[in-house]
Design a protein around this ligand. Structure first.
Ligand code: ZN
Ligand code: ZN
Length: 312
């Protein structure tokens, strides 16, 4: 599946990197960077899958990467994107912005991986945003790597700044815009993810694209409000065919924590995104394609079954 995507990926990323829009300004020309790149770094779930990393999304705008979630394997996907998709912004030490939707392991296992990878070659700290509890998780990473940190900073290894393994942690206090650099804004909004509080979805607006990333959520009115008319809606989903075959206790759990395909079709009909990308696809015994087929049965807009390293 991934090999088939390679050709498409290469052509889109090459196009993105070489196209410059020439704008006439006061009689001269100014080169403006090409469009925002949206790359899926992980479309998986806690269920092990050789083709899918844990949750991860990259948005690249004006030479900066904005990462959403850090599920297991997503750092390796970022390295793949750097090497095969001309995405220098995703080289681990170049990443400065990470936004975590919630603290489930399939969204955080690569958090320390991202912060620690080649940290002694960083020029700036990683800035991480996420729910309450993120600082405690970060302190856990420092403790886990304390031996490595002591060895690298206490011996003869050249290290310019011995504090760059550290992360600037920003725990989100309330819904609203949590990042704004004048060109890119990131808005956090609370979603309903079973018993885990808080859990956030994110709305990202760049100079040329609006994107909503659901994180993990059951049907959310808040998300419907935020996603109306966005260019890209990237939403988690659970196949109804797969869900129906589960034992009652698991059905009840998933009903409270995730979005059934019929509910996602409803969300898409209400929000009318430019296109809908399915990610974090729980399907259990049913084929993964059932998630797309079921949504398409109730929604006539464009639906894409997301795969790791797909680019939009
Ligand atoms: Zn979750
Ligand atoms: Zn999850």
């Amino acid at each position: 599946m991934q090999k088939q995507n390679m050709g498409m990926r290469f052509s889109i990323s090459t196009l993105n990197s070489v196209i410059l829009l020439m704008l006439s300004v006061a009689g001269g020309y100014v080169a403006v960077e090409a469009q925002t790149r949206v790359i899926l770094l992980g479309t998986g779930t806690p269920v092990p899958d050789e083709e899918r990393s844990g949750s991860g999304l990259a948005i690249i705008s004006n030479g900066e990467a904005y990462l959403f979630d850090a599920g297991g394997g997503m750092v390796q996907r970022a390295i793949e994107a750097w090497q095969t998709m001309d995405a220098e912004e995703l080289y681990p030490t170049n990443v400065k912005h990470l936004f975590i939707s919630h603290l489930h392991s399939d969204h955080t296992l690569d958090y320390s991986e991202l912060a620690a990878t080649f940290w002694w070659r960083r020029t700036e700290r990683l800035n991480a945003y996420g729910p309450e509890g993120l600082q405690e998780m970060t302190d856990g990473y420092y403790a886990m790597q304390s031996t490595d940190i002591a060895l690298r900073t206490g011996g003869n290894q050249p290290v310019k700044d011995p504090t760059l393994y550290k992360v600037n942690v920003n725990e989100i206090a309330e819904d609203g815009i949590i990042f704004d650099n004048g060109a890119v804004t990131v808005e956090a909004f609370s979603v309903s993810h079973g018993s885990i509080h808080p859990a956030y979805g994110y709305k990202i607006v760049t100079p040329d694209k609006s994107i909503v990333f659901s994180g993990d959520t059951s049907y959310s009115e808040k998300l419907v409000e935020k996603a109306k008319g966005v260019d890209i809606l990237i939403h988690e989903v659970i196949s109804e065919e797969g869900w129906k075959a589960l034992p009652p206790d698991w059905q009840a759990y998933h009903r409270s924590a995730h979005t059934l395909t019929s509910e996602l079709a409803d969300i898409a009909n209400k929000t009318k995104p430019g296109f809908l990308v399915l990610t974090h696809i729980l399907h259990y015994g049913a084929p993964i394609e059932s998630a797309k087929t079921e949504v398409e049965a109730l929604y006539s807009g464009k639906v894409i079954l997301g795969n790791d390293l797909d680019e939009f």
